[in-house]
Ligand binder design. Structure first.
Ligand code: UDP
Length: 329
């Protein structure tokens, strides 16, 4: 089969591209190369069946052309990372709202199934342990740019859902919970590649806030097959699924584990949110999914532990070192 992956040169997109090519499919990778890179696709270009198109998901003509040439669409293109969102809020909103509108409308026009990548961020300040898909989204004030990513993604979900309900679009929505792994870039804020780069360089690991905030990190190689199964499963259409791990860790503990695994002599420092993001920043204190719905639908069951995830990022960065990035860029 032939698939369009928007954001195909991004972190998740490039792993998905490699997976689809390896399993005998063809891929049209559409990417504006703003945060994605050609290098992410370096190994995939050795496989037959890959076409890379540099362009924007906001370009309706281009997206429609691509949609007409494929059997299904993975819509992963988005402005991502807390640094990106806080520094380029308007541009991020435009990409994340208008880009999705273009992709969903093209999928609808050409009657192609589409998977829309959403985020655990949409649960906002709902700190329930074991969030399920019908739990409330508790977002902060729209005047806090911090929530703009979640607001845009929540609107994306509604767009996809309404096209499914009103026009029979085969749309499946996936809320990703902190997907991590080799190749993720710390430049845009993601904590694991940042901590690993800091530890390998012997620099202090910068924990933002108290360090008591909790996340569950899921390896991208556990996530990618679930995305494929969900898009292939017509029974999943018109529905939303959490996809992530339920192994909880505080960011303090994460920093300690990165230091232990790398054998680094780095210290851990705590940086107030205001120093990184400006005044009034609101972090999400806990984000723990219940992925029972994806398990029941497509057998999703992540197997890689947090230590294995950290080890895979360490191995990757030892081979391809990342610069130690200052807070905010
Ligand atoms: N974080 C941190 N130090 C960093 C980068 C991030 O302490 O250098 C924290 C961040 O404030 C959040 C957690 O790590 O509480 C996860 O951040 P990330 O950006 O990876 O994902 P998020 O869950 O915020 O989307």
């Amino acid at each position: 089969m032939r698939f369009l992956i928007t954001g195909g040169a991004g972190f998740i997109g490039s792993h998905l591209t490699a997976h689809l090519l390896r399993t005998g499919n063809e891929v049209l990778a559409l990417d504006d190369l703003s945060t994605g890179t050609q290098r992410n696709l370096a190994s995939a270009t050795e496989e037959p069946g890959l076409q890379i198109i540099e362009g924007s998901v906001r370009d309706s003509e281009l997206v429609n052309q691509c949609a007409s040439e494929v059997d299904g669409i993975f819509h992963l293109a988005a402005a991502v990372g807390t640094f990106t969102i806080s520094q380029k809020t308007l541009e991020s909103l435009q990409t994340n709202i208008h880009g999705t509108e273009v992709v969903v409308e093209a999928a609808c026009r050409h009657q192609r199934p589409v998977l829309v990548a959403s985020t655990s961020e949409v649960y906002g300040r709902n700190t329930k342990i074991g969030l399920t898909e019908d739990d409330d989204l508790i977002l902060g004030s729209p005047l806090h740019s911090r929530w703009s990513y979640a607001e845009a993604k929540a609107l994306d979900e509604t767009l996809a859902y309404v096209h499914a309900a009103e026009h029979g679009l085969g749309a499946v929505i996936v809320r990703l919970f902190n997907t991590v792994g080799p190749g993720q870039n710390g430049r845009y804020g993601m904590v694991i590649p940042r901590f690993v780069a800091q530890a390998l360089a012997g620099e202090p690991l910068t924990v933002f806030g108290s360090g008591q905030q909790i996340r569950c990190f899921c390896h991208v190689l556990d996530v990618v097959p679930a995305l494929v199964s969900l898009l292939r499963d017509t029974g999943a259409y018109g529905q939303v699924f959490n996809v992530g791990s339920s192994e909880q860790v505080t960011i303090d503990e994460l920093a300690r584990r990165v230091i232990a695994i790398t054998g680094s002599s780095s210290d851990i420092t705590h940086v107030p949110y205001a120093e990184v993001f400006g005044p009034g920043y609101q972090d999400t204190l806990r984000r723990v999914p219940d992925c029972g719905k994806a398990r029941a639908q497509v057998g999703f069951s992540p197997t890689r532990t947090l230590d294995q995830i950290i080890e895979s990022v360490v191995a990757h960065q030892r081979a391809a070192p990342q610069p130690v990035l200052k807070s905010g860029g």
